[in-house]
Design a protein around this ligand. Sequence first.
Ligand code: BGC
Length: 521
Amino acid sequence: MPAGGFVVGDGQKAYPGKLTPFVLFTCVVAAMGGLIFGYDIGISGGVTSMPSFLRRFFPSVYRKQQEDATKNQYCQYDSPTLTLFTSSLYLAALVSSLVASTVTRKFGRRLSMLFGGILFCAGALINGFAKHVWMLIVGRILLGFGIGFANQSVPLYLSEMAPYKYRGALNIGFQLSITIGILVAEVLNYFFAKIKGGWGWRLSLGGAVVPALIITLGSLVLPDTPNSMIERGQHEEAKTKLRRIRGVDDVSQEFDDLVAASKESQSIEHPWTNLLRRKYRPHLTMAIMIPFFQQLTGINVIMFYAPVLFNTIGFTTDASLMSAVVTGSVNVAATLVSIYGVDKWGRRFLFLEGGTQMLICQAVVAACIGAKFGVDGTPGELPKWYAIVVVTFICIYVAGFAWSWGPLGWLVPSEIFPLEIRSAAQSITVSVNMIFTFIIAQIFLTMLCHLKFGLFLVFAFFVVVMSIFVYIFLPETKGIPIEEMGQVWRSHWYWSRFVEDGEYGNGLEMGKSSNQGTKRV
Ligand code: BGC
């Protein structure tokens, strides 16, 4: 799907336009989609560590938790229904993001956002009023459907609305709103867990209705993107809208390019098979490997289960929820560092630095847990310094993720795909991300039970593999206009054998009028 853009020839012409208050407003509203995704990520771990919630819906887990602390602590949360509660959402999101790509293309981004918002609202209400486990799961599935729609349409919306110069910052802005959503959920869990009568979990789960209503109402007032209007044949309206968005009268150059881009992308009959062609091998590899590795950092073990994990290593419910708030704050702050540094220090530097930092922390956490819990999971008395060391290293680990694989796991794929495969490749990135989010959520508690402290070493192993992968295979994309991205593959020692000179000159089937080089962003 084309989004904004410019034409390059011998010199480089930039489209006129500025970051108007109008565009800023629409982007802030649209980014609320990220807030909701984050809220869902952050909320489940907190409620599953609330005793009143467990007693009501997962009594067997509750009983194990109440048993003698001298028993094996690694397995107290190992319950298939409990993991299904957390992970069902991601499976639903995976399915609906595939459906959403058609809705987004045929009916516009707004409608997908509206669907997303309505499904979220329904899911949040069912969860808030849940009386049985099945209501919880149905609610989570509806939330997941909502996320699929929102995650498909919001990033597209943002990059189509944004003037090209600000696209990178706005892209990480979406990740920032995910981290804020996670933090808000963790703070609310902390306070709601204290409510007498033990019904605070209802507020935590039902609270998702607030950001859901914002995106639902927001999508009713947001304009659709000019790109989407053109795609649906509304050329005049699109031109008027583009003038308003860019804050200038002369938008003809960008408009003409959008029309041409739309024609080009519509002339591709089989975007999915197109993706399998040899020259797209580097892109396809990155579309799959980057989200795969992002999840294999093990970040969602912390995001979903931090309170459960802290509980396992001997914290009280209150201290566990508080520690989750601390890690959530580090997550937000470190994302800001990434926004600041990504175009200065480059993607590769952040990937490699973040990887090293995560690796060291995983080794320390594994050693700490192994030293106290051993293989049978019986810690005895845990001193305070011990808890402080574990939480500190988990925070350093989260910071490492939040300025590397977190934002870059979304940014890098979005900037390397040429137009003709962008939509299909982006769907692959989203789907792979959801599949592995689901798998990790589903098996973590069982893995903790069986692999014990060694679980952290499994993720550490993957961090080594992904860092080597980045070092060897990922070219630096900092400061390279998207329309010239082809050069990074052509000059790469390995990928150059798949791409040929002139391949990336044109936005469509390569080779035609290639040197003129018209690419839409
Ligand atoms: C990842 C999520 C993760 C979040 C943490 C995102 O980039 O896709 O899976 O929970 O970062 O901040």
